[in-house]
Design a protein around this ligand. Structure first.
Ligand code: CTP
Length: 475
């Protein structure tokens, strides 16, 4: 059978350069992996291109560099036998075709030179093992020994080898399988899914950073719940995010039940993903209820309660980020803040929406108030259409009020209109408790709407308050 040709995938002149370099070195080379897959899926042109040489990938990279204008720098990774260069915004990664077997203890492979087919064999999925030839005589020919094209058409994730071998060789691939299934909306073939479940525990040898990379990609997909449901089904989740697993299940006492907070959380993540591409807001949605497992109680009068779950959840966010070696920076603080405040707007929308409650919300949420509203709207997962409509309508009221109050009172980035220094000068005070008392009283008066957020009114209020606590103004 004649293999189809995909010369149109190789329009970028860089491919002819690689072809020429391969000829100079008298070796075969191929484009492989994500570039070919994404071309066939029409996912747009990839910026990372993987080249496999039947011979030395490092030498090929050096030869390519010689032929390119400006001779771009080649970075060599000797231990892995790979080399990288950048040209015209594209990152080219070169590797020699290899046979590999991994040790049980780590992901570091013992490498032996091999043929193209050996190399395709050791790749993760049939859809990632597709190769396009860069040789002169069959430039653009597709080499697809495992029917990767068919799997692409049928939307299937399948391993070239026995899945137990592929996953146990490199357990990160279990997460990659789930990530690709989620990103591309593919199905993981049955044997593969079973192998992942069998090998789940081996995920322990993978570094946290790489796990988080995959989690982030799952979270950034259109329907992230697909990935988390698969992580749950394959029993990978307990090794990665046990806090989420703890949310699963429905308890019953005296005929009273609560919702399954795991599946609810996944719905919230899908909902928020329709409204935002912000990774950290999506993380906030994923973690917004984690405090519910440790705070769950049954009370004879109140039924199931999760008192202080937002506070406990926010603390858990820090531990979780630390464990997963995620950044402990402003992103983490943002997620904590969202979790901590996640019930605030709901409390508001239940009752009549007062100006002062909205002012306090804006004051506490600051610049994140819109994100908080987005999270809370996503949190509405009731299947009762009347309630669904009512909650959304109430949140719209809150949103409208936020705009109105903010326009008038500017409390979002609240700066006290009267400074501590002015209080000291006015009452001839040294640094003391009284200053704090007056400052707080002014802030409270503004938030309660007793006075507008303006200098004149605040100064007048300061004088009144000072007199009340026995101070005398000297200015
Ligand atoms: N690969 C593999 N096993 C891994 C990682 C990668 O077999 N654990 C192979 C696959 O053939 C993959 C190629 O290396 O296509 C390149 O890997 P990478 O750049 O990580 O992924 P892409 O497939 O290019 O996809 P994406 O950019 O979406 O991650």
């Amino acid at each position: 059978m004649v293999n189809p040709s995909y010369i149109s995938a190789l329009k970028n002149p860089i491919f002819r350069t690689i072809s020429k370099a391969s000829k100079n070195l008298n070796l075969e080379s191929y484009v492989i992996g994500g570039f070919v897959r994404d071309f066939l899926l029409k996912r747009g042109e990839a910026k990372d291109i993987d080249i496999v040489a039947v011979g030395s990938g490092i030498e090929l990279a050096q030869e390519v560099s010689k032929l390119l204008p400006g001779k771009p720098k080649v970075s060599v990774f000797k231990t892995y036998g790979t080399a990288m260069l950048k040209s015209g915004g594209i990152e080219l990664e070169f590797v020699g075709a290899r046979k590999e077997s991994y040790s049980v203890e780590s992901r570091n492979p013992a490498v032996e030179n091999g043929t193209l087919e050996d190399d395709q064999n050791r790749r993760d999925f049939t859809i990632n093992a597709l190769a396009l030839s860069l040789s002169d005589d069959n430039f653009g020919e597709l080499l697809d020994p495992f029917n990767g094209v068919e799997d692409l058409q049928n939307k299937i994730i399948r391993t070239p080898l026995d899945p137990d071998i592929t996953y146990s060789d490199d357990p990160l691939r279990m997460l990659r399988a789930i990530r690709f299934a989620t990103q591309l909306d593919f199905t993981i073939e049955k044997d593969s899914l079973e192998a992942i479940t069998r090998n789940a525990e081996r995920i322990k040898i993978i570094s946290k950073e790489r796990i988080v990379d995959e989690l982030n990609k799952i979270l950034l997909a259109n329907v992230p719940s697909k990935g988390f449901a698969l992580l749950h089904k394959t029993r990978l989740l307990p090794f990665i995010l046990p806090e989420l697993v703890a949310l699963q299940g429905i308890d019953e006492k005296e005929g009273q039940t609560h919702k399954d907070n795991f599946w609810h959380t996944l719905e919230v993540v899908d909902n928020i993903s329709k409204a935002t591409d912000d990774l950290w807001l999506r993380w906030a949605a994923l973690l917004h209820d984690i405090g519910k497992a440790p705070t769950k109680r049954f009370d004879k009068k109140l039924g199931w309660t999760f008192h202080t779950h937002e506070f406990v959840g926010a603390k858990m966010v820090y531990k979780l980020f630390k464990r997963l070696k995620m950044p402990l920076n402003d992103k983490m603080k943002f997620v904590q803040k969202m979790v901590l405040m996640s019930s605030r707007p709901i409390g508001l929308a239940d009752e009549e929406v007062t100006d002062s409650a909205v002012r306090r919300l804006i004051f506490d949420a600051g610049e994140n108030v819109e994100d908080l509203m987005t999270l809370c709207e996503a949190d509405i997962t009731t299947k009762n259409p009347k309630k669904f409509k009512k909650y959304h309508a109430n949140f719209q009221l809150v949103r409208d009020k936020i705009v109105e109050v903010e326009e008038r009172d500017h409390v979002r980035n609240f700066q006290p209109p009267v400074t501590g220094e002015e209080i000291m000068e006015t009452f001839n005070l040294k640094p003391s408790r009284e200053i704090g008392i007056i400052k707080d009283a002014i802030k409270e008066a503004i938030l309660e709407g007793e006075i507008p957020n303006e200098y004149g009114a605040a100064r007048e209020f300061m004088l009144k308050k000072g007199t009340e606590i026995g101070l005398k103004a000297i200015k």
